[in-house]
Design a binder for this molecule. Structure first.
Ligand SMILES: [Zn+2]
Length: 365
């Protein structure tokens, strides 16, 4: 089911000012002063004047709907979630990293936005509009916080003063992954650490166990969507010994084993970032690691390529199928940790790992 509607902007602008005088608390540091999604499907924002914003779109997959988010300079004081209604599932305000505010609009999985029509427009020095084309006209009640205009004198909308702002379009739908024969392949995914073993702990307390479990579950969903069977050595926060992981994998008779980790420097060197993929032995293990490394680099621009390397890590040495161990970045690195803390980046990393595995399967069988 798709939501469709043609939107009339006339009247929307002024009705929004009347209805939203809710007490809106933000940290003074956040440039976001007020926001509103109108019942006609337009997101309106008031910010501190003359700032630059970035808006993003990500298509949904599985149970996740399409998402649109906007990053603002300045840090939000109270991260929070607001339930949506109609075509909007939820609205979240968060700080994906220090000194930043993010407003996320998550849609119902049945909604299909047209990303090429998403534009964030500056309508005056401190106000913005983003129209969600393709929303159902029925069932959306406006949602917002704060007062969009400070005084009635501001009601003269100065169109075109800022013009278009960028909208980055990212497509990480499972439909854009390479296709393999459905039901033919079987992969073991091994999220490193777990339970009392948190693995590495990085900047802002970012924990390896959380990061790699989240990524692994998304890889599992991507592969599942392509008809690849997946065994997870763990899918919750629990302790699994290295030997148990290996035994599980070797009993499974899977086609490949991929262990997912995030890195740390011993001396907590924040200047070290980068992507590494390991194999222990054999042409296929090396190929598997190399295919994943290629895709990881593609979604991690700016993070150094630390190479495809040979190592004697227990889980890739003792498993009896082609095996790779992936380090998706440094939790202790200033550059990598900022990204790994963001759910949107972890989704890209998961997409990259799934794509690398699928490319490997396509070329090896
Ligand atoms: Zn690890």
């Amino acid at each position: 089911m798709r939501y469709r509607k043609s939107i009339s902007l006339v009247g929307v602008i002024f009705s929004s000012f009347l209805f939203f005088f809710i007490n809106f608390k933000t940290n003074a540091a956040s440039a976001l002063a007020a926001w509103l999604v109108t019942s006609d499907g337009t997101l309106k924002l008031r910010t501190t004047p003359n700032i630059e914003l970035e808006a993003y779109y990500q298509s949904g997959y599985g149970q996740k709907g399409d998402r649109v988010w906007i990053d603002f300079p300045g840090e939000l004081s109270q991260p929070r979630k607001l339930s949506g209604n109609g075509p909007i599932r939820e609205i979240r305000l968060g700080k994906p990293y220090k000194g930043n505010t993010r407003l996320v609009v998550e849609f119902d999985p049945r909604v299909s936005l047209n990303p090429s029509k998403l534009r964030l427009l500056g309508t005056s020095s401190d106000s913005w509009e983003l129209r969600f084309d393709g929303l159902n006209s029925t069932g959306l009640k406006s949602i917002g916080e704060g007062i969009l205009l400070k005084s009635s004198r501001d009601q003269t909308i100065q169109k075109s003063s800022l013009g278009l702002q960028i909208t980055s379009l990212k497509n990480f739908q499972s439909s854009s992954l390479p296709t393999v024969q459905r039901g033919r392949f079987f992969i073991v995914l091994d999220p490193g650490h777990g339970g009392p073993d948190s693995g590495a702990v990085g900047i802002n307390g970012l924990r390896e166990t959380d990061v790699v479990l989240d990524i692994s579950k998304t890889v599992e969903r991507y592969l599942g969507a392509k008809g690849v069977k997946v065994l997870m050595t763990r899918s919750v926060e629990k302790d699994v010994t290295l030997n148990e992981r290996v035994v599980m994998a070797n009993k499974s008779n899977a086609d490949a084993f991929v262990s997912i980790h995030a890195n740390a420097t011993r001396g907590f060197r924040t200047d070290v970032s980068g992507i590494e993929s390991y194999f222990f032995t054999g042409f296929y293990g090396k190929k598997l690691a190399a295919k994943i490394q290629d895709e990881l680099l593609y979604v991690s621009p700016g993070s150094p390529d630390r190479g495809v390397r040979q190592s004697r890590f227990f889980v890739i040495r003792k498993t009896n199928m082609p095996a790779a161990l992936i380090e998706v970045g440094f939790l202790t690195g200033k550059y990598d940790s900022k990204f790994l803390a963001q759910e949107s980046h972890r989704t890209k990393v998961a997409f990259a790992i799934a794509k690398g595995i699928l490319n490997y399967l396509r070329e090896s069988y």
